[in-house]
Write a protein that binds this ligand. Structure first.
Ligand code: ZN
Length: 162
């Protein structure tokens, strides 16, 4: 049964590897972030178009092994339309899953679960994390730039917790 599960996961990963999502370059990019994983030779270029704090569109161009490309493709699929905070939560979830922690992956992040098997191959964990680390880094510099630019403006956080 475990072998069947592995086969299913392998199919999902190969599908993303063969036809990666988010390959189309963006005309307007608010964030550009590059990353590499020298241990494996993976290289990634990312462009993100932001709508305030939400990822409006994302382009991922990863040249590397199947795991890094598939992970980047899943990232492109999942993070589009998501706010920064949520993307960060997802990236943390992926990181913990790959470190072997028992984490629940919500259904709407479906394909991410297929990377779970990577935890058995420590060398490959960096491959799977490359895209996520690159995006988080890009979002951080985007936020830092905004904080500087709007240092005197008030935080218009309108979520009033009881
Ligand atoms: Zn790799």
């Amino acid at each position: 049964m475990n072998e069947q599960l592995d086969d299913m996961y392998r199919e999902i990963i190969l599908d993303h590897y063969r036809s990666p999502r988010g390959r189309k370059p963006l005309e307007k990019a608010d964030i550009k972030s590059d990353g590499s994983n020298p241990a494996c030779g993976d290289e990634i270029e990312m462009q993100v178009e932001m709508d305030n704090d939400t990822i409006k569109d994302i382009h991922v161009n990863c040249k590397g092994c199947a795991i890094s490309v598939a992970s980047g493709s899943m990232l492109a699929e999942i993070t589009k339309g998501k706010p920064i905070d949520e993307v960060r939560r997802i990236a943390e979830l992926v990181r913990r899953m790959l470190k072997g922690e028992q984490v629940e992956i919500p259904d709407d992040l479906g394909d991410i679960d297929s990377l779970r098997g990577v935890q058995q191959f420590p060398v490959r964990i960096k491959c799977a994390l490359l895209a996520w680390a690159t995006l988080v880094e890009g979002l951080k510099s985007y936020e830092d730039g905004h904080k500087q630019a709007s240092a005197s403006t008030e935080n218009d956080d309108d979520e009033h917790a009881e």
